[in-house]
Design a protein around this ligand. Sequence first.
Ligand code: NI
Length: 165
Amino acid sequence: MALRRILNERTDAAALRRKSRPVDIINNHIRTLLDDMAETLYDADGVGLAAPQVGVLRRVALVDVSEDRTGLIELINPEILEREGEQSDLEGCLSFTDLNGTVVRPQRVRVRHQDRDGAWQELSAEGYLARAVCHELDHLDGVLFVDLATDLFHPSERADLKKEA
Ligand code: NI
């Protein structure tokens, strides 16, 4: 495994704004990408990371909202099937090191995705996990949390911040 550089909005805005392409064949190249992304996510102490954030324009993302970092979910070619309810909370992003904001997200989502063996899976996510999944899926379409935020502020202005995705 290897750490990948996380693109930053200040220097890599154009790349972060591009739409990622589906993964046609889930091979060892993709599995290495997943492994490297997980290492990079944990190194950065984040809750989610999307492939375009490490400069790979493919529909691949990870989330792990667990405290003990054992809840990794790998999402390949994810699609949201259903959204339900609404939640408003603070959000950050590993590609924005000094910016946070309030974002309204669905309370629950149901997502269809492939796993690292190519099998299709369904994920039902709620609360913070639903938020993290929506944030990462947006990255695959070049949508960033600042586009959706109802307010933006520097992390030092607030003490109640969560980890970044
Ligand atoms: Ni992000």
